[in-house]
Design a protein around this ligand. Structure first.
Ligand code: HEC
Ligand code: HEC
Length: 293
């Protein structure tokens, strides 16, 4: 018998939406289709809001978020999944929607891209949820996920995942030439004076597990995810509060440097249970708007 995963869709803290799915893939598919209908309604409301009579249009648009009801007044999802009605509305249950991609308790997805969110500093997670909401990060499904959420709710979500400490997956062997890995190690631990690249450990912590409240750890992340983040900083698709120190670091790295650090980081075991350091040990080598000192 297959497990049924029941989630309470957290798209709005006041009107959660229940549904059940047969697997993480099924869940992801349902989330995508539900979310695209949700977003179509959102765009409609945006257009309507630009016109007079906006208040009425907003009310109509909100009603339009709900999936179409069938003759019995049940949404199609509920009709095929009667157990949905029994799902308890707790924060953990709502956030099961996130674990369809981010893995159980947020420990990282299995597809080699979805990042671990468990145990990261709460301030960092919160900043990212706000960044997606405000368009400073671009992954569409994440933007759908947090559009309309209040700051207070995003903070609650961030704290929830920050408090989760599931075990890390075993480190997978990384395919890269020894010289590439060595270049990655040097950049991370020593930096590159000629290029004015500070050592990554100067900000991300000596054991690379991050610093509270808002610098993330760099271990246990998929290699592709890490290099994609540098790509996004290069093109400006990812931004953090100014001064954006990671954007500056990225501009100083070549494409080869980026693949070297991504490979080396992915090959490292996680030290000390992965807990972030409580405070920075000294002044950061560059000022970071998302980490005030
Ligand atoms: C459909 C899959 C999917 C779902 C569902 C999903 N996420 Fe994500 N999430 C992603 C992907 C992919 C990224 C990385 C995007 C990128 O490259 O910037 C991400 C990034 C994040 C990040 C930034 C991580 C970091 O280290 O910077 C946070 C925080 C996050 N998600 C939280 C959540 C929360 C909370 C939920 C549930 C409300 C959720 N996600 C649901 C796919 C998903
Ligand atoms: C001056 C301090 C500083 C230095 C040096 C620095 N970082 Fe960062 N890094 C940050 C901050 C702050 C963030 C969080 C930015 C945000 O809020 O989006 C960050 C975020 C990141 C992220 C995103 C993690 C995630 O989960 O999405 C990666 C990857 C990263 N840094 C890699 C590196 C690497 C590799 C180096 C060394 C080449 C480096 N950083 C050097 C401060 C720094």
């Amino acid at each position: 018998m297959r497990d049924v995963l029941c989630v309470v869709w957290p798209h709005n803290e006041h009107r959660p939406k229940n549904f059940c799915c047969a697997s993480a893939q099924d869940c992801e598919f349902r989330l995508k289709s539900y979310r695209s209908r949700f977003f179509a309604g959102f765009r409609q409301r945006r257009r309507a809001a630009a016109l007079p009579g906006a208040v009425l249009a907003v009310a109509v648009g909100l009603a339009g978020f709900m999936p179409p009801a069938d003759a019995q007044g049940q949404s199609p999802v509920q009709a095929t999944a009667p157990r949905a009605a029994q799902v308890e509305d707790t924060l953990a249950q709502r956030l099961a929607a996130c674990t369809a991609c981010h893995g159980k308790q947020g420990r990282a997805g299995s597809d080699g891209y979805y990042p671990r969110i468990a145990g990261k500093p709460a301030g960092y997670l919160y900043n990212q949820l706000v960044n997606f909401r405000e368009g400073r990060r671009q992954y569409p499904l994440m933007i759908y996920m947090v559009a309309h959420q209040s700051d207070a709710y995003l903070r609650e979500i961030a704290t929830y995942f920050s408090d989760q400490h599931p075990p890390y997956a075993a480190v997978q062997p990384v395919l890269a030439a020894p010289a590439v890995l060595e270049r990655g190690r040097v950049l991370v631990q020593d930096g590159d004076l000629a290029k004015q690249v500070p050592a990554c450990i100067a900000c991300h912590g000596t054991s690379l597990t991050g610093v509270a409240p808002s610098i993330p750890g760099l271990l246990g992340l998929p290699r592709d995810y890490v290099s994609a983040q540098f790509g996004a900083w290069r093109t400006g698709a990812r931004q953090a509060a100014a001064p954006d120190c990671m954007a500056q670091v990225t501009q100083r790295l070549s494409v080869d440097d980026i693949s070297a650090v991504s490979a080396w980081l992915a090959a490292q075991p996680i030290a000390a249970g992965g807990a972030p350091m409580a405070a920075a040990t000294g002044k950061l080598p560059l000022a970071c708007g998302s980490f005030r000192q």
